[in-house]
Ligand binder design. Sequence first.
Ligand SMILES: C[S@@+](CC[C@H](N)C(=O)[O-])C[C@H]1O[C@@H](n2cnc3c(N)ncnc32)[C@H](O)[C@@H]1O
Length: 364
Amino acid sequence: MPYGLTRLHGVTEAQGSYNRHATPQAAGGALARPLLEKAARDLALDAGDRPIVIADYGSSQGRNSLTPIRAAIAALRTRLGPHRPICVVHVDVAENDFSTLFDVLERAPDSYLAEDPDVFPSAVGRSFYRSVLPPRHVDLGWSSYAAVWLSRIPAMVRDHFWPPASTGEARAAFERQGALDWNAFLALRARELRFGGRLVVVLPGLPEEEPSAAASGSHFLMDHANALLSEMVADGSITAEERARMLLPSYPRRRSELLAPFEPDGCFDSLAVEHCEEFPVPDSGWTDYQRNGDGAALAARYAGFYRATFLPTLASGLAPERGAEGRQAFIGRVTEGLKQRLIRQPAPLQLTAQVMVLAKQGPA
Ligand SMILES: C[S@@+](CC[C@H](N)C(=O)[O-])C[C@H]1O[C@@H](n2cnc3c(N)ncnc32)[C@H](O)[C@@H]1O
């Protein structure tokens, strides 16, 4: 691993924090629901009684998987009848908060397990940049806001910590790593899918023409956090060495980057592109703010999203001797600083989501 660091790439804040705060991701995932239902209706099914397998690649703590997986199961049930077993496998890295995930699956009133005793959940704690399931095992794959995280850090970003803010050689290194990881993710999933199976992927969008930090909807949150880190170095809360180790290996891809492996004929490995579309993500926080003018509520909402999604990864750059308490203090300080800045300068997130539907080609 470069720089000799152990890093948590995208691991979300534990104890259900991600579940409580990941509303932008939920809104992005909701846009893909009709395409996921269609994929469940279109995928090849045999007439036997083997369990049907749904894989959720990068599940985090499960809350945002409930609605899409429930919708997919409902679409499958119209074809399978009520009793054919369905296995749902949630894949995430071993450090993920799987306890919260299983708790949510059992208790949430809108869980896909409610009222369907023939659905069987399980989890795999392993990077999806490796094989996580046997060959030709998965009927329907779902991956939402997960494959944006790179497998490794190919470069550091000068005066920032976020790849879209990089330029020159660093930018080229992130583009190369982004392409390598996307190809690897697709090739591994192609092997795990059954013939005629489908994979639905949701990723944050990045405009084609202007692949810079300023072009991405969440850039102002990244810039605020970056300014806060400089303040924390200046006042001695963190050291310059710790700051220099902080990097978010989150790499939003342009549409052309997502489609590049499928050139020139729409196929990569055994996968064919059935659909690729970019949607603006509705932002209920901003809509509420426009209605009620409550800037503190808007700031708390955006800062909570940022905290749960990104701050554990940034905190992994802190010196190990600070321990869990030091990491929590850091996360709390950045979150509070973000809130104050956002109260002073409210702005909309303006996110987009890319949705791809891929079909596994081959004999039925
Ligand atoms: C932003 S969360 C998305 C959670 C959920 N799918 C959603 O739509 O809200 C990204 C998840 O991907 C996981 N992740 C990142 N890199 C991964 C990898 N290499 N293998 C497995 N999971 C990974 C993170 O641990 C995190 O739980």
